[in-house]
Design a protein around this ligand. Structure first.
Ligand code: SF4
Ligand code: SF4
Length: 222
């Protein structure tokens, strides 16, 4: 499914897993305890390192995506985001529709979930610890700390993560007309049994099928 075209994106967990709602089903509320986080909010030092090193690895003229993620990132307060904006960066919003149109045109890399490979969307936690992916923020997936190691080096070390994103797909995905738009979604969501009885079917599959069918029928792109 093509060469390694990944470009890196790192989302910031500005308050770690803290959230004022703490829904019981959320996969992130356990993180402060699991990862031993003692800081309530990302420090100015980590914030600045996150922004500047993202710009360094993407190039100053590039459109760089900064993702503020939770927990509930607004708990960091308005002052935190004013500081972030003051660090002078542009913003880019990627929607599923844009990603799908990009994939239809053979422009890949818009969103890890719908790319052939992943491992280019890491997360940085409140104290600067970087994990392979925010959905895999577990001790085994810690790459290092943004204050100690250049971000580019940390991300280079993450290429192996996600190399098998496509290889692990069930047969029904390879037979699916939407495979080059969907790429099976995120491995973390492949929790259902596929038709051949193996675990690996994405629980969002039915919705993906409907969405991709609709876009394919209405985009005017053949
Ligand atoms: S829509 Fe479903 S079957 Fe098709 S590639 Fe995506 S997850 Fe696989
Ligand atoms: S595991 Fe899922 S969310 Fe994480 S980088 Fe891969 S596709 Fe993206």
């Amino acid at each position: 499914m093509g060469g390694d075209t990944r470009t890196f994106a790192v989302m910031a967990k500005v308050v770690g897993g803290r959230c004022n709602l703490e829904c019981a089903y959320c996969y992130y509320v356990e993180k402060p305890k699991l990862l031993g986080q003692t800081s309530a909010v990302m420090s100015d030092e980590v914030l600045e390192a996150y922004v500047r090193r993202n710009l360094e690895i993407n190039g100053r003229d590039a459109t760089v995506e900064f993702a503020w993620h939770g927990g509930e990132p607004t708990l960091a307060g308005l002052g935190f985001f004013r500081k972030a904006m003051a660090l002078d960066f542009g913003r880019k919003f990627v929607q599923l529709f844009e990603v799908t149109i990009g994939n239809m045109r053979g422009i890949r890399g818009g969103l890890c979930v719908h790319d052939a490979l992943c491992g280019h969307a890491a997360s940085v936690e409140v104290a600067g610890d970087v994990y392979s992916c925010e959905r895999y923020a577990y001790p085994d997936y810690r790459l290092g700390n943004i204050l100690e190691t250049p971000l580019a080096e940390l991300m280079e070390g993450n290429r192996a993560f996600g190399m098998h994103k496509t290889y692990g797909l069930p047969k029904e995905c390879f037979e699916c007309p939407h495979i080059r738009l969907c790429f099976g979604g995120c491995p973390k969501d492949r929790i259902l049994l596929s038709k051949d009885g193996r675990r690996g079917r994405n629980y969002l599959c039915d919705g993906y099928r409907r969405f991709f069918s609709h876009v394919a029928a209405n985009s005017g792109i053949s």
